[in-house]
Design a protein around this ligand. Structure first.
Ligand SMILES: [Cu+2]
Length: 147
């Protein structure tokens, strides 16, 4: 019988788990609940808004909101992605970026200050360590115009 060290077992499990998921989106270790939806409550694609507008975030009842660093099952906190591609689901959502707003206190709305013109917005739930769930809980990308 082959004896594997703990490290070798970990590497082997890592390789096997990646092989098993190559056809799926791989994300962080925190599972999401099937059917969970994240959405904009008060704005939608194509809206025209005045600047300094409040954006409200919704999350369907399968999951709940917890502040960052709180590792409760089936929870996460909102992230508002502005004018940026969907974040890499394998990594923590960037934190030193004006285009990635972390609602780390568990907030469900945010006042957005943007220059006039068209902008894209997207919501993504992140776990206690700001990594998207597996599979990621994402909203549609919407385009709005700021007057
Ligand atoms: Cu975060």
């Amino acid at each position: 019988m082959i004896k594997l060290t703990h490290v070798k077992k970990s590497i082997l499990l890592f390789i096997l788990s990646n092989l098993a998921t190559t056809s799926e989106i791989y994300a962080g270790d925190t599972p999401s609940v099937e059917g969970t939806k994240i959405y904009f409550v008060n704005i939608q694609d194509g809206d025209v808004v005045k600047n300094n507008f409040v954006v409200q975030f919704g999350l369907s009842s399968q999951m709940g909101i917890a502040p960052a660093l709180v590792d409760w099952p089936d929870t996460g906190h909102h992230h508002l992605i502005i004018d940026s591609p969907t974040p890499d689901p394998n990594k923590a959502i960037p934190s030193k970026s004006e285009n990635h707003i972390h609602l780390s206190g568990g907030q469900t709305e945010w006042t957005v200050d943007l220059p006039a013109g068209k902008h894209t917005l997207q919501l993504i739930l992140g776990d206690y360590s700001h990594i998207p769930h597996d599979p990621p809980v994402l909203s549609e990308v919407i385009t709005i115009t700021v007057e």
